[in-house]
Write a protein that binds this ligand. Structure first.
Ligand code: ADP
Length: 449
């Protein structure tokens, strides 16, 4: 096992990793930007180094400075969390060439799966259904139009390097397709430094269902069942739950097995998520792999009773998985609400600022993963997610009731948050009956002009 790990991240996920390390008896080294200087969660690391100014490009994305901190801190491994450098294969390469283990998959499988278009090709090879679309990348408008006619409108133009709902454009006809093509290319170029795009058929009224997998370095690959992340806003997840409230048992089995097949084909190791869209007839289509731990991992931890961060660290240290597929039981129902510093009354504009008062809910089956506290100032430079409220109960109905009461108890004063929206969603009959798709939130609570 490692003696010391550096956590190349901030906020709630950095804290989540410090906690797992402490329980494993592993020391931690934190890095922070000037905007995070003095944050209380940093005290829970054994050491902390400032790596630059507030801007991510000057701190959390600075590979050179993170590696320097790792050298000074004398660590054997780096955990990247999610976001920032978590899916940067070059960073993984640099870590390993400095003899520091990167807690994540091999560089080769990151490259294979990180690119959405190449991941699609692997999925096809092993018989995992993909959304109908282009064979590969699209070079120009004419090709886009030709393929759209083959698969039929509506279509989505997607960035190969895309993430976080960016670099994606819907087109309903030829004319819209031409401008969508250019916009998607330009957005992808600006956001990801690569303008490569491909086309997928737009699946109408889909659900988003993803499968958690774990793979060790000895060829063992298992799934830890699915998470349903259909409750989204602008392609960003808001609420995640497990099990999916709708999947038929055979479909559930098939989707989980498909995820394992894909992971095996890509030589995947460590924790990862295989994402699918599910249409109203419960046909499922692979969309992408997230080659890292995800925000919503606690939902899976609650139903399986397995600590995914500890599993990641043990796998990176070379330990074999201590269980087989048959031993991974899903118990009860878990739901997670992402608490964002955003103002639902102002089109979800980020609302950084000082948290004056905070009351954290508790009680049976309630978990709050967050680095914030009363008196904490949410900096304006980073993702607006400030915490995750998670509940676990024997049934979905009880989980909903538990989440509603936990949301009532949770008080964050000083800045607007997404708590009121969660309360409305949890009380909505469509959510309760599971009769929703990925456009439910936007249709039910339309953005103001
Ligand atoms: P990102 O990497 O930016 O998160 P994904 O490919 O994971 O992008 O897609 C994010 C979300 O966008 C999905 O959960 C779904 O809501 C929507 N989406 C993606 N592809 C399609 C599609 N072909 N048809 C309909 N919706 C889609």
């Amino acid at each position: 096992m490692f003696q010391r790990i550096l956590v190349a991240n901030r906020g709630e996920i950095a804290l989540r990793i410090f906690r797992a390390c402490r329980e494993l008896g592993v020391e931690t080294v934190a890095v922070y930007s000037e905007a995070d200087r003095g944050a209380a969660y940093l005290q829970l690391a054994d050491e902390a180094y400032c790596i630059g100014s507030a801007k991510p490009s000057e701190s959390y994305l600075r590979i050179d400075r993170i590696i320097s901190a790792a050298e000074i801190g004398n660590v054997q491994a780096i955990h990247p969390g999610y976001g920032f450098l978590a899916e940067n294969a070059h960073f993984a390469d640099v870590c390993r060439s400095c003899n520091i283990e990167f807690i994540g998959p091999t560089t080769e499988s990151m490259r294979l799966l990180g690119d959405k278009n190449s991941a699609r090709q692997i999925a096809k090879k092993v018989g995992v259904p993909v959304v109908p679309g282009s064979e590969g990348l699209i070079r120009d408008e004419a090709e886009a139009v030709r393929i759209a006619h083959q698969i039929g409108f509506p279509v989505l133009i997607k960035a190969s390097a895309g993430g976080g709902g960016r670099g994606m454009r819907l087109a309903l006809n030829d004319l819209a397709l031409k401008s969508a093509f250019q916009q998607a290319q330009a957005e992808a170029e600006a956001a990801f430094g690569s303008g490569e795009v491909y086309i997928e058929k737009y699946i109408e009224h889909p659900r988003h269902v993803e499968v958690q997998i774990l793979a060790d370095q000895h060829g063992n690959v298992v799934h830890l069942w699915e998470r349903d992340c259909t409750i989204q806003r602008r392609h960003q997840k808001l609420i995640e739950e497990s099990p999916s409230p709708v999947l038929r048992p055979q479909v559930r089995q098939a989707i989980c097995e498909a995820a394992v097949r894909l992971a095996k084909a890509a030589g995947y190791t460590n924790a990862g998520t295989v994402e699918f869209l599910v249409d109203k007839n419960q046909n499922f289509y692979f969309i992408e792999v997230n080659a890292r731990i995800q925000v919503e991992h606690p939902v899976t931890e609650m139903i399986t009773g397995m600590d995914l961060i500890k599993a990641q660290i043990r796998i990176a240290a070379g330990e074999p998985l201590p269980f087989q597929q048959e031993q991974i039981q899903a118990r009860g129902a878990a739901i997670e609400c992402r608490i964002n510093a955003e103002d639902p009354k102002r089109n979800f504009r980020p609302s950084p600022g000082k948290i004056e008062h905070l009351i954290v809910p508790g009680g049976f089956g309630v978990r709050f993963d967050s680095h914030v506290h009363a008196g904490y100032t949410v900096p304006p430079h980073y993702d607006s997610m400030i915490g995750k409220l998670i509940v676990h109960q024997p049934t979905r109905q009880e989980a909903i009731a538990c989440m509603r009461r936990a949301l009532q108890e949770l008080r964050i004063e000083g800045i607007p948050t997404t708590i009121p929206l969660h309360q409305e969603i949890l009380a909505h009959t469509a959510f309760m009956s599971g009769d929703v798709d990925t456009t439910f939130v936007e249709r039910t609570w339309p953005a103001e002009a």
